[in-house]
Ligand binder design. Structure first.
Ligand SMILES: NC(=O)c1ccc[n+]([C@@H]2O[C@H](COP(=O)([O-])OP(=O)(O)OC[C@H]3O[C@@H](n4cnc5c(N)ncnc54)[C@H](OP(=O)(O)O)[C@@H]3O)[C@@H](O)[C@H]2O)c1
Length: 290
């Protein structure tokens, strides 16, 4: 069995490869791909096969997917071109005759009105038309979207957003990766769409309170209008386009579009997902010991 993990130079793909190894999948059965072989060197040293696969380069995808049984397609990053990039990857998977193509989509993709959802919806449509057996890993938000900003939040005592009282089913990248690995190594997933998120949805005010509790310093959630949120993100140095996409996501969060009560993540993990408290506590420890 040859398992291909794309995006293995990135956070999620790397965690999927680690999880496969932890499960005892022989390193020689795993092919980790990315745009740079250098950045896959550490995995190669552990016996994982490494290949270059650039979503923009159909030839590299064909070469990378040759002999594959199952492929994890980690969604790309560039909103301008990524649907075409995903089309290239799906076509390469079709040519390789894979038995399963798993794609990291967005939670509630059937109904989501987030701007970020558009590329995922287009990619899901390509998958349905492709004839390739596929499974949708519809991930909600990463807890790391916030915990990675923890140092700044603690410095200012303020978590900024425009999500109101909306509830989000965020989960850790490691849990999404473990679920993806489970789908790659077990049977019965073709044709399924998993709505993946943490077990307990929370508001951003709850996130701030949890942060304050673990850090031992005051942290408040400041709810902004969408326009003010964009302005604040730009003032922090984000490009205007990206700031608008993030604020748009908070508007979706406010409407409940990043919430799921499916239980799919915990079922695939075979255990409860990492909680908000556990994730925040770990992030606070990291910041306080840095
Ligand atoms: N659910 C969420 O909250 C959330 C948040 C952020 C992102 N995402 C999505 O989830 C994906 C995985 O997240 P992550 O945290 O692992 O992101 P990440 O660390 O930025 O990794 C992205 C991966 O995609 C690869 N990639 C981008 N463009 C590519 C191309 N043209 N050809 C081949 N590979 C390409 C990158 O390769 P290089 O190393 O060569 O750049 C990298 O390995 C992201 O790409 C994004 O679509 C979800």
């Amino acid at each position: 069995m040859t398992l291909i993990v794309t995006g293995a130079t990135g956070h999620l793909g790397r965690l999927v490869v680690e999880n496969l190894l932890d499960r005892g999948v022989p390193a020689a059965e795993i092919v980790a791909t990315g745009r740079s072989l250098d950045r896959l060197g550490e995995l190669a040293e552990r016996g994982v096969r490494t290949r270059v696969a650039d979503y923009a380069d159909p030839g590299s995808l064909r070469a990378a997917f040759a002999g594959a049984h199952r492929v994890l397609l980690v969604s790309g990053l560039d909103p301008v071109v990524r649907v075409q990039q995903h089309r290239n990857a799906i076509e390469a998977a079709r040519e390789a005759g894979v038995e399963l193509l798993a794609y990291t989509s967005i939670v509630n993709a059937d109904t989501s009105t987030l701007r970020l959802a558009e590329d995922h919806q287009a990619t899901e449509a390509l998958l349905r038309d492709s004839g390739v057996p596929f499974v949708l890993l519809r991930n909600s938000w990463y807890l790391e979207n916030w915990t990675a900003q923890l140092a700044a939040v603690l410095e200012h005592g303020t978590l900024l957003g425009s999500a109101g009282e909306g509830l989000v089913s965020a989960a850790s990248r490691a849990d999404y990766a473990a679920a993806a690995a489970a789908v790659l190594v077990t049977a019965g997933h073709a044709g399924r769409a998993y709505e993946l998120g943490g077990d307990e949805p929370f508001t951003l005010a709850q996130l701030a309170a949890e942060t304050a509790e673990h850090a031992g310093t005051p942290v408040h959630y400041t709810d902004l209008s969408a326009a003010d949120h964009v302005r604040a993100l730009v003032a922090q140095g984000l490009p205007q386009d990206f700031a608008e996409i993030l604020a748009d996501a908070d508007q979706g969060l406010a409407r409940g579009e990043l919430r799921t009560d499916s239980g799919d993540l915990a079922r695939l993990l075979g255990r409860p997902a990492t909680t908000l408290g556990e994730a925040v506590a770990a992030a606070v420890r990291t910041v306080q010991h840095a």
